[in-house]
Design a protein around this ligand. Structure first.
Ligand code: AMP
Ligand code: ZN
Length: 479
């Protein structure tokens, strides 16, 4: 099956073909480390983590780069506020970004390059742009001349004339055109600086991404992404700089994630309506936060509410209990001979899950549809288990094992389920429940109904359902 991606550049869905067969190079704009990141940023980061995981699932060798912007006005301002150096601010929040990403089950990118570790490369690229006549120096600043790049505006669909007409009264008279942007900024007193041919200063924001993408992925990359706020001017500027320097297309597919909103507005630092990932993690499991963030297609806005996160928490535990049951009742083996009707239906549901999951994900990463397919199957499997427990055939056990393994793989693409860290724990838990059930059985034989009922009720509170049958008591995980 072939993957189709909506490309912001062409404004349509296109079949995905990487530049080099079997390999995919992805760059996603990372955080500016002046504070913790919030669940709005996390929507973008988790989504690209899933893009990466899905491409790996499809067998590609993926190189995934997410940068860390560790020099910027916001960092300098924060340093003043906190009374520490910009480097201390950046180090502290870089650490926090790495920790929170790990806690959110984001697979570590292949490389997490830092802007400050690429200053010489940025200076080189700026020199090339000046040599080509696309950039100019004014009083220690260097600007990119957008008029030198006739395709400027192609990503955001704006023409230069529109941009000019819409430009506010320009305050910086030194620039040739109002939309020209800084590649290098001369240092003001008290600001961090690096030596350059144009004097002491620091890089502009846009140039860092061009440099780090090209350095770690090559001059043409397959997928470049970020949130929709980055289309203009950030990504437009990245294209202008990179393509002017190399004469080659910079990125083949541009993908942009719509906003997570809260109270009807974009979740953002300046709006004051944000929740830090580390605070959300104190109340909700990472799997639940991911499930919530992936519950809408990435190009649709998603509204944050506490209830929706709580619902996701419930869904994640339903999924977990289903997997635990399938694991416990499943057994190695091949399906042999005729399947009973119920088994046939389960086998069909499993095939449908496999097909549907890929179909949805191939359709421009429709995670909402993929999650729907998973939960349809979970309902089916739960029903099968509830109706057949106590008389599973070898075929049923083989099917449940296959279902378990399939679900494990598919949920791993979304990062919404984790095997217990030590499988020994699960076995121990199962044995303990067997023991409690046995003790309850003895209580019933003594006609000690109070104890028997108490055990049943307390186990139910823990999501363990008992069922008394003629052959004895059976149990399973259930919400
Ligand atoms: P920043 O640190 O603000 O540069 O943001 C890091 C990444 O998060 C960028 O790709 C932004 O586009 C993205 N982002 C910021 N706010 C949101 C939001 N409310 N929803 C989705 N993505 C966002
Ligand atoms: Zn960027």
């Amino acid at each position: 099956m072939s993957l189709r991606i909506y490309n912001t550049l062409t404004r349509r869905k296109e079949e995905f073909r990487p530049l080099e067969e079997g390999k995919v190079r992805i760059y996603c704009c990372g955080p500016t480390v002046y504070d913790y990141f919030h669940i709005g940023n996390a929507r973008t980061f988790v989504f690209f983590d899933v893009v990466r995981r899905y491409l790996e699932f499809k067998g590609y060798d993926v190189r995934y780069v997410q940068n860390i912007t560790d020099i910027d006005d916001k960092i300098i301002n924060r340093a003043h506020e906190m009374g520490i150096s910009p480097k201390e601010v950046a180090d502290r929040f870089t650490q926090a970004y790495l920790e929170d990403s790990r806690s959110l089950l984001i697979k570590p990118p292949t490389v997490n390059p830092k802007a400050t570790e690429h200053i010489p490369d940025m200076i080189e690229l700026i020199k090339r742009l000046i040599d080509k006549g696309a950039a100019y120096v004014v009083d220690g600043d260097v600007y990119f001349d957008v008029r030198s790049f006739p395709e400027y505006g192609k990503l955001s669909g704006r023409s230069l004339d529109d941009l000019l007409a819409g430009a506010r009264v320009e305050v910086d008279e030194r620039k040739r055109h109002p939309e020209d942007f800084a590649l290098w900024k001369s240092a003001k007193p008290g600001e961090p600086w690096w030596e350059s041919p144009w004097g002491r200063g620091r890089p502009g924001w846009h140039i860092e991404c061009s440099v780090m993408a090209m350095k770690h992925l090559g001059e043409t990359i397959d997928i470049h992404g970020g949130g929709i706020d980055l289309i203009f001017p950030h990504h437009e500027n990245e294209i202008a700089q990179s393509e002017t320097a190399t004469g080659k297309p910079f990125a083949r597919y541009w993908m942009h994630v719509a906003f997570l909103r809260a109270g009807g507005r974009r979740m953002g630092k300046s709006e004051g309506n944000f929740i830090f990932v580390r605070d959300a993690l104190k109340r909700f499991k990472p799997e639940a936060i991911r499930l919530f963030l992936l519950s809408a297609h990435y190009r649709s806005p998603l509204d944050y509410t506490e209830e929706r996160l709580a619902e996701a928490e419930g869904a994640v535990s339903r999924l977990r209990n289903c997997l635990l049951n399938l694991k416990r009742f499943g057994a190695e083996g091949k399906v042999k001979g005729e399947l009973a009707e119920e088994e046939r239906k389960l086998a069909d549901a499993l095939e449908e899950l496999k097909g549907k999951f890929e179909e949805e994900m191939d359709d421009d990463f429709n995670t909402a549809g993929a999650i729907g397919a998973i939960f349809d199957f979970v309902s089916h499997a739960n029903k099968f288990i509830a109706e057949n427990q106590g008389r599973f055939t070898d075929n049923a056990r083989a099917l449940m094992r296959e279902a378990y393994e399939t679900l494990l793989k598919l949920t791993d693409v979304l990062g919404i389920y984790r095997e217990e860290r030590r499988s020994g724990d699960e076995e121990l838990i199962s044995k303990l429940i067997d023991l409690i059930v046995e003790i309850r059985h003895e209580a019933r034989q003594r006609k000690d109904w109070a104890t028997a009922d108490k055990i049943r009720d307390r186990l139910a509170q823990l999501g363990i359902k008992l069922q008394d049958t003629r052959e004895g008591t059976i149990w399973r995980f259930e919400d």
